[in-house]
Design a protein around this ligand. Sequence first.
Ligand code: GLY
Ligand code: MN
Ligand code: MN
Length: 470
Amino acid sequence: MASLNTQSVASDQTLFVEQLPSHLRPEPVVGPVHGEAHRQRRQALARAVAARSNGRPAIVLAFSGKEILRNRDNPYAFRFNSDFFYLTGFPEPDAWLVMRIDAHGEMTDRLYCLPRDPEREIWDGVRTGPEQAAERYLFDESLSLAEIDNDLPELLIDQPTLVAPWAESQAIESRLSGWLQQCRSKARAGKKAPSELLSLGDLVARQRLFKDQAEMMTMRQAAAISAKAHCLAMQTTRPGLAEYNIEAVLLQAFRGQGAESVAYGSIVAGGPHSCILHHRAGHRVMREGEMLLIDAGCELHGYASDITRSFPVSGRFSPEQKAVYEVVLAAQEAARAATVAGAAFTAPHEAAVRVLCEGLIHLRLIASTTVEQAIETEAYKTYYMHRTGHWLGMDVHDVGDYCEPLAPGMVLTLEPGLYLRPSPSLPEAFWNIGIRIEDDALVTEQGCELITRGVPVDPQAIEDLMAGRA
Ligand code: GLY
Ligand code: MN
Ligand code: MN
C-alpha cells in the first residue's frame, strides 16, 4: 500500500548542484506525494457533494486529459488536468476517476486507466496499468479504460446527481453526453438517469482554495526552487546579455533542482520591455542603465510558484530607479501587512494602491494632491493597471472565489508594480522603469508567510548579490 512517497531525487541533481555556490545549493526535493492525502481529498469532496445534493446519491467523474499533438506525431509534454490530479495524484493521460457517493456521503471509487502495453511502453515509458493503480494510488478498484463505455451508462442508472467536468472541452462533453444518453434510453425499462448535473470544477475549487499539509510542503519546495533560480538570474545578468540568456539560466535552475516545468512562460523583460506586463523573454540585448524585470516560477509536482523581481542590469540602481523601486517595495509591505485571516481578498490591493499613490505624489509623477484624489480619479492607473494578486496553487491563476475572506491555508500572490513608459509628462530619467515585486503569501493564523523570500527584495541586498558580495 502506498501512502507518502518521500523518496529523495537529490542524487540525480549532482551535475547542476555542484556548480552552485554553497549558499544557493537546494534542499533535496521530495518526490510527489500520492496516496492518503488524495484519498482524503476525495472523501472531503464526497461530503461536499452529499451536502450539496441534500443527501441524494451521486456519481462524480473527473478526467486526466489527453496528450495533445504539438506537430505531426509529436506531443506536448503531458500536463494532467488540475482537478483530476488534485483528487488522484495519478499522472497519466486518458484516465477517469469515478466516485459513487451514497446518501451519507460515504464513497467508493475506481480509476479507469490505460492498460499495460509492452509495445507502446518501449516508446512512451511504463504505464501503471489497472493491475497496480488501485493499490499504488489507494482506489477501491482500478479497471482498464476499455471497460468504461460499457460501465458508465450502467453506473449512472438511478443516481440522481452527476458531478462532472461540464463545459471544459468538446471531447469531454461529447463523452459525457454519450453516457447520459445511453442511460436515458433505458427510461422505458423504468430506469432513471441523473437529473441534477453539477460542475466538478465549482465543487473542487472551494476545496483547492485551502491547501492541506501535502500541498503546503510542495508549494514551499516550488517556491524555494524558484527563489534560487531568481538569485542565479540576478548573479548572471549584465549588459550585453540577451533576455533569452537569462531565461536559459532560469530553466536550467528549475529543471536542475527537480521541477518538472515552468508554471507559465517566463517573463524576462529588459529596458522598455519591463513596462510590458507579460513580455515573454525574447532576443533583445540588455544595456547598461536599464531595468530587468523577471517574472518566472517553476511548477513542481503540479504546483506553481510565481515570483517577480526587478533590478538594474548593471547591478546598481540609478537614483530614479531606486526611488520608484522603494515605492513598490513599500506598497508590497503594506499589502503583506493587510494579508491577515478575516480580511477581504481586496484588502492587500487597496493597501498597496494607497502606498503607490503616496509615492507617485511624492515623486511628482501624478498631478493629484492627495491619496484620496488619486484613488478617486484613478490617476495611478496610468502606472499601475493591474490588481495586486491572485490565488495560487496548481494553476498559476488558481481557482477559487475572490469573494471568500482570507483564511489560514490560502495562498495568494502579492505583486504591486509601477510601469513608467516614455511620456512627455515624465522626466526622461524615469522612462522605461518597469518594476514589479511579487511574492507568494501563505495565510496563517498570525498573518501571512512569504514563502518566496529566498530571493532578496531589499535593493542593497540585490546590489550585494549581483556584485558577488552576498
Ligand atoms: N506570472 C503571471 C502573474 O504574475 O500573474
Ligand atoms: Mn502572479
Ligand atoms: Mn508573476
